[in-house]
Design a protein around this ligand. Structure first.
Ligand SMILES: Cc1cc2nc3c(=O)[nH]c(=O)nc-3n(C[C@H](O)[C@H](O)[C@H](O)COP(=O)(O)O)c2cc1C
Length: 152
């Protein structure tokens, strides 16, 4: 089975999870980048505003075509109770190209269900499974068990 792990990560927390999934499954990795600057303090404010408005933005160049994969893992951080808009932009840019999907997300504390619902609406299909992790769990490296049941 061909597997792709596609994620957006502003401060490398979601990246840590995505890379661990990819390593376990020997999957290809699409690290989604934004042409809009979300780094730093000004970027933080912009990120909140753009996520709130579900702003579709121009992404950096992509390496892979999701339709070449049986399963695509889609990952993003929660921004203001919404999915970080770069992941929504990615889904939109690849509309109709997803076979099966699984979703993973990281957040300071909450709103996972909301963003999984939002991602599902954009993809147009329900995920096989979802994985939610707090920033703290990821930073401490305390997610091996949850990861294992997510990828199996
Ligand atoms: C603009 C912005 C808004 C955020 N809003 C929320 C939120 O509503 N709820 C929450 O639990 N965490 C929120 N966070 C925290 C991030 O979801 C969390 O730090 C995440 O693990 C960062 O992942 P990353 O390093 O992959 O970007 C927000 C972070 C940013 C930058």
């Amino acid at each position: 089975m061909k597997v792709l792990v596609a994620y957006y990560s502003r401060t490398n927390v979601t990246k840590k999870v995505g890379d661990a999934i990819a390593k376990s499954l020997n999957a290809d990795v699409e690290e989604i980048t934004s042409t809009v600057k979300y780094e730093g303090k000004i970027g933080y404010a912009r990120a909140g505003k753009d996520a709130m408005g579900e702003k579709i933005i121009k992404l950096g160049a992509l390496k892979y075509n999701p339709s070449d994969y049986d399963l695509v893992y889609l990952g993003a951080p929660v921004w203001v109770g919404k999915a970080a808009n770069p992941i929504l932009s990615y889904i939109k840019q690849n509309e109709g190209k997803f076979n099966d999907v699984k979703f993973f997300a990281t957040a300071g504390s909450r709103d996972f269900d909301k963003i999984f619902k939002q991602m599902q609406d954009y993809v147009g299909k329900a995920p096989q499974k979802t994985l939610e992790l707090t920033t703290k769990e990821v930073k401490k490296g305390e997610f091996e068990e949850k990861l294992s049941s997510f990828i199996n």
